[in-house]
Design a protein around this ligand. Structure first.
Ligand code: SF4
Length: 375
């Protein structure tokens, strides 16, 4: 039997982000859907546009939608054009302030017994990516920071942080080939340092590094929680790296993390102790005057560290898989991280090649003074 529009609306709306809309927007959508009889695909997109306008702190759909359009197509095309226009202009965070973010999560800690040690190839490795052969070791599941672009949001329950009670024992039992050199990082499923030595994770990892000198063990962080490193002798095969960004991105997209000067200050302290440090610029994010802002950070590093103290500098940019975009749209917060003109890059949404060349060339050229010494 043929469904009428109301029946179709009720069936199809469940497969959209309608439930994430405010009550006011839901009423608005019902009204315009019945007035213009939008197709399911059009409705789905219009709802996503509405969420995006709100997340980007731009004009509300109710203000943008005209009182009258000649037909359904013109109504849809108008809203899609506004959305595309907003994505193609350079971002600014001028309309963001402290009220743009509030931490609504209530983090609880959980002790779990995992069957095996989570050690494997970096999940980004694929035939289509240039690989650095990093292996990842999950010592903690989930993170207490709240970076808008974070992909682990879609893997773990963000309110529950899980520690494996047998982590130390499993690490002790791990058999590695003594003739191989391994680069293992712990900053994939959580921040490496934010939890300190909770549940003895740093004791276990330091012991592991001492017993396996053929492992380069990397702690990657956005925190300045280095007290364990200052209070203990650090094995020489441990390296500590900071994921850095510009103050604009830290303030607006890397919520709850340490500020730029705190991260650099912590790195300086560990370098003073003789620990090799490194820096990741990942993701480099485009916004108005972003190249100048990033250059300032690069210069600060060059002026603060001797190249001999720095083991690596890496760079990367935004890539989004669909579940992360979906997760972002289900949250009630402000972010500009999806307000970009993305293209498809190996099944993920990312900047086009021209934009990538511009950001990576600028970063690479800025570190010219370190090219000979730093990986
Ligand atoms: S610090 Fe890393 S793991 Fe934690 S929220 Fe940010 S991107 Fe995700």
């Amino acid at each position: 039997m043929k469904q009428n529009y109301e029946e179709k609306f009720i069936t199809n709306i469940e497969n959209t982000n309608y439930a994430s809309l405010s009550t006011g927007h839901q009423v608005f959508f019902k009204t315009i859907a019945f007035q213009y009889q939008f197709s399911f695909q059009e409705l789905k997109q219009l709802i996503d546009f509405t969420i995006d306008f709100k997340m980007w702190n731009e004009k509300d759909i109710v203000e943008i939608f005209k009182n009258e359009y000649a037909n359904r197509k013109m109504a849809f095309n108008h809203i899609r054009d506004v959305w595309n226009e907003l994505k193609s202009k350079p971002n600014t965070y001028d309309t963001f302030d402290k009220s743009s973010y509030s931490d609504k999560r209530k983090i609880t800690f959980e002790k779990i017994e995992k069957e095996t040690l989570s050690l494997g190839a970096c999940p980004v490795a694929s035939p289509n990516t240039r690989c650095c052969n990093l292996m990842t070791l999950d010592s903690v599941e989930s993170c207490g920071f709240d970076c808008s672009y974070c992909s682990i949001q879609s893997f773990y329950n963000q309110n529950k942080v899980a520690f494996d009670v047998n982590f130390a024992q499993k690490l002790k039992n791990l058999k590695l080939d003594p003739n191989e050199t391994y680069h293992i990082g712990t900053g994939q499923s959580s921040d490496s340092l934010m939890w300190g030595n909770k549940e003895g994770i740093l004791d276990a990892l330091f012991d592991f590094a001492r017993s396996n000198p053929n492992v380069i063990l990397e702690f990657k962080t956005k925190s300045n929680n280095i007290s364990y490193f200052l209070e203990n002798e650090v094995p020489s095969n441990i390296i500590c790296t900071w994921s850095l960004n510009t103050p604009v991105i830290i303030e607006n997209e890397e919520h709850l993390t340490a500020k730029l000067h705190q991260r650099i200050g912590a790195a300086r302290k560990l370098a003073d102790k003789g620990v090799l440090v490194g820096f990741h610029f990942h993701p480099i994010v485009q916004y108005e005057n972003y190249l100048e802002d990033y250059k300032e950070v690069y210069e600060t590093l060059i002026n603060t560290f001797d190249s001999k103290e720095v083991v690596l500098v890496s760079m990367g940019t935004l890539t989004f898989i669909k579940p992360v975009i979906q997760k972002l749209r289900s949250r009630d917060f402000k972010s500009k991280i999806l307000q970009m003109s993305f293209v498809d890059a190996n099944g993920k949404a990312s900047y086009d090649l021209k934009a990538k060349k511009e950001m990576f060339k600028s970063a690479y050229d800025s570190f010219k003074a370190w090219h000979k010494d730093v990986y």
